[in-house]
Design a protein around this ligand. Structure first.
Ligand SMILES: CC(C)(COP(=O)(O)OP(=O)(O)OC[C@H]1O[C@@H](n2cnc3c(N)ncnc32)[C@H](O)[C@@H]1OP(=O)(O)O)[C@@H](O)C(=O)NCCC(=O)NCCS
Length: 177
């Protein structure tokens, strides 16, 4: 079977690469975990995990970016995702950085490392004027990642029927960092 193996970004500990359909089992360890997904309506079942991958394959084809698989260089394992997607916020498509990390690896700075690489890529390769992260107010870990990524709260907005904080970094602030 032909499998595209497209690596998008590398950091000191991580590779971000396009998902493959056979990443479902490894991705399920992340987004089917009830604790990891507690700020979402529900953890994803197997079909939901497969749809998540399909959605991102469509994003790569249409936009050239999406959520990418986060691979730990030291083991080669897929341990999460991070990437750039368009999210509609109050009628405007905004470029968003999103991230999910397998729970046994939290607190090591991995999401921050990946998110920073995506921020620089969004401003560099994609010439974005601003990049956001949409975060539920009670999701303190995710807010910390956004803050460590140089973002500040821009506004509050409803997204998929739930109140979110919209964190943002503008291009001119990113280049001055
Ligand atoms: C948000 C998430 C991706 C962070 O991943 P991570 O690799 O642990 O992130 P980092 O290590 O870069 O930073 C995590 C921050 O949260 C803090 N934190 C709070 N509770 C924590 C916990 N239970 N375990 C680990 N870190 C925790 C850490 O202290 C750290 O902040 P600090 O540097 O100020 O100490 C991860 O917690 C996760 O997958 N959460 C569930 C999915 C999710 O909510 N994604 C975001 C949707 S908006």
């Amino acid at each position: 079977m032909h499998m595209r193996n497209v690596t998008i970004l590398g950091t000191s500990r991580l590779l971000l690469r396009e998902f493959h359909r056979d990443d479902a089992a490894a991705l399920a360890l992340v987004i089917a975990d009830p604790e990891t997904m507690r700020f979402y309506p529900a953890p994803f079942d197997r079909a939901g995990v497969e749809q998540w991958i399909e959605r991102n394959l469509r994003r790569y084809a249409r936009y050239g970016h999406g959520l990418w698989g986060m691979v730990l260089k030291s083991t080669g394992e897929l341990i999460g995702d991070c990437g750039l997607t368009f999210q509609n916020v109050e009628g405007v498509d905004e470029l968003e950085i999103g991230y999910h990390v397998r729970r046994d690896l939290w607190g090591q700075g991995l999401a921050t490392e990946a998110a920073r690489a995506c921020r620089d890529y969004g401003f560099g390769r994609w010439q974005a004027e601003r990049i956001i992260s949409l975060i539920r107010p009670e999701n303190i870990s995710s807010r910390r990642v956004a803050e460590k990524n140089g973002m500040k709260i821009w506004k509050e907005a409803m997204h998929h029927g739930l109140q979110h904080l919209v964190y943002r970094i503008r291009r001119e602030h990113a280049s001055a960092r």
